[in-house]
Design a protein around this ligand. Structure first.
Ligand code: UDP
Length: 237
């Protein structure tokens, strides 16, 4: 499959069209941003880790009955995926308090929840991805009622699969962000990526952070954290 032209460049990925209208190639960069693009940097090797880890997890999820955009890994950094129209909602699932949840509600990080939570942000950089509820999403015609129900059902199922998978690697899945897309026939599939950029991973024994919070919070050891989590995944294959 050949790249024909770059159709999109985001903060961490480029997307190229191909000879096949229904397929695009995603190319993962080492560039990292945080706080809606305010903080910029690079994390050496991140593109390859995120690409390969995301592909591995998407294939695991497919086996568990979650449809995804994944088609084929082309190289360390490049993957062939189905062309979708992204539903402009960021879906966040949380198992433990952290990040904006802890800040918003004035609680400390690290409090485990009895049940996972779900929240939506309206994917809109100009507005800073504001938090919205499903009624707002319907009012703004971002998705239909049926699509929102499907997205919720898939997201909680994904949480169960990933939580168990990472626990076996001695990793706590604290929270994560998902994006879904529509295929031409209207089917909803998991899209974007699942990686240390989009998940919080804490070591089960030490609670050491193995994710992008090390970059966001200038904690150091950023590259090593990406390598560590990727190493655990590979050791488990
Ligand atoms: N997240 C993401 N992209 C975003 C916002 C959040 O991938 O634009 C992920 C983040 O890595 C974390 C989870 O979603 O795993 C919850 O993030 P939170 O709402 O706590 O926001 P943050 O503290 O990162 O601003």
């Amino acid at each position: 499959m050949n790249k024909t032209e770059m159709i999109y460049e985001g903060k961490a990925k480029k997307v190229f069209s191909t000879d096949d209208d229904s397929l695009v190639i995603v190319s993962y960069k080492d560039d990292a941003t945080a706080f809606n693009g305010l903080k910029k940097g690079t994390i050496a090797g991140k593109g390859a880790v995120n690409n390969r880890m995301s592909n591995m997890l998407m294939q695991l999820l497919e086996k568990e009955g979650i449809p995804t955009h994944f088609v084929k890994e082309l190289s360390d950094r490049e993957t062939l995926v189905k062309r979708v129209k992204i539903v402009p909602l960021e879906v966040i699932i949380r198992n433990v308090s952290a990040g904006s949840f802890a800040k918003r509600y004035g609680v400390e990080e690290g409090i485990p929840f009895d049940e996972p939570t779900i929240e939506f942000s309206y994917k809109n950089d100009e507005l800073g991805d504001p938090l919205i509820n499903s009624y707002h999403a319907l009012a703004l015609k971002l998705a239909t009622k049926e699509e929102i129900e499907t997205i919720k059902k898939y997201s909680f199922k994904i949480n169960e699969v990933l939580k168990a998978y990472f626990l076996a690697l001695n990793v706590r899945l604290i929270d994560f962000k998902l994006e879904f897309g529509r295929l031409p026939d209207g089917k909803i599939v998991l899209a974007d990526e699942i990686s240390p950029d989009t998940c919080r991973f804490w070591d089960k024994n030490t609670n050491e952070k193995l994710d992008k919070d090390r970059f966001r919070r200038d904690m150091g050891g950023v590259e090593d954290a990406y390598k560590e989590i990727f190493g655990r995944i590979n050791a488990n294959k």
